[in-house]
Design a protein around this ligand. Sequence first.
Ligand SMILES: *Cc1c(COP(=O)(O)O)cnc(C)c1O
Ligand SMILES: [Zn+2]
Length: 454
Amino acid sequence: MRAAHQLRCTGCGQVTPPEEIAGDFRCAACGELFAVEYPGWAGAAPPNPGALRWLWKERRSSLAAADQSGVWRFRELLPIVQEHEIVTLREGNTPLYHLTQNAERLALPELYAKHQGMNPTASFKDTGMTAALSVAKARGFRWVACASTGNTSAAMAAYAARAGMRSLVLVPDGKIAWSKLAQSMDYGALTLQLKTDFDGCVAVLREVVRRAPVYLLNSVNPYRVEGQKTPAMEIVEALDWQAPEHVIVPGGNLANISALGKGFAEMHALGLLPVLPKLSVIQAEGANPLVRTMHEFSGEKLEPVEAQTRATAIRIGNPASWKKAVAVLRATGGTVEQVSEAEIALAKARLGAEGIGCEPASAVTLAGLEKMLIAGKVQRGERVVLLLTGHTLKDADYTIAYHRGELLRADEVAGPEQAALAQAIRDSRRDAVACEANVDAVLRLLHARDGGTA
Ligand SMILES: *Cc1c(COP(=O)(O)O)cnc(C)c1O
Ligand SMILES: [Zn+2]
């Protein structure tokens, strides 16, 4: 069984044949985004939940490339692509870690992290890229392109290279982490650094794809969303087909929350999941357009902001998928929170200290969870999954600056109400220490760190 699909406009509801859509992936009638839907599921023979669970698990021991992909092993819920056209780096199948130290600190025993940084190019973008790039290849495109805060371009460049296709990357000059720029060079993309921000890069690229036969791989592309929904299946599978009560996701362009919402909703509709988890979005205070949309405009309107945060992956002021995200928040009863630069940095260190390295944009989830606990939006007995979106090595400069005490300005943790936060940050730092090359010097430092008891 494979799913025949169609594209429906999320604004005016019009259905368009998939072959007719490319360009900037916006509805010609109303300008909104498309979503993939599968009319066959409502027909005579919808997929059988028990058979699907068995099949998806069985594929993990297969030798076939498509089966070894943690995206394509769920292909009953994905658009049809011929097997030889699938471009895969064996993405997905990422771990769901049970957090212990942070669980104990927060008195929240059922706390998990779904680590999407454990993908081939070290961010969740790979799950969407395998799907959308396979479609681009099947449709005969030679060039693919994206505007990016770094991780989309790293993923796109890698998958395009695997497929023998060319890729064009537009990134904001000086505002992406070095490792991400290095990846797009390594994978042979044409990388252009534009003197603007992410939102400015998007505006330029929208015009480029209208004028040139280049396939757009930004997250407005509905096939990216299809691939990015599969971590929802993996989370539920790893919990033995029980839904967690909460899934907490960082918010940038807001495609990831939209995709996960779609994944959980489809499993619910197909009888794979008895209840929906609440999906919540956390943004950085300096890049918080969705938080403002929900608090000031009840989800009805988005005012773009000029985005400022060191968590560069979510430094986005005018998110393309905000309407889809609002729909997910409403459908699941989730919430929005914003967190400060200091809170993000401390949360990242606290995840790192239990062996779970992630990039700053991912750490907003733990910082946001702490606020949700205080506000009574999460109860102690509930199961909570933090979506960690990228690997710690994506932004090593950030980590080093933090532990050297060079990341945060004094005014970012000032005032009596921030005293506890400032202390926690000092306690969490583990700077490298200069040491003479002899045994006594090493032992002296070891004893000092161990309270003199070792
Ligand atoms: C892309 C990205 C995000 C934001 O995801 P959106 O779908 O744009 O909301 C968050 N964290 C990391 C590491 C990312 O690469
Ligand atoms: Zn429309």
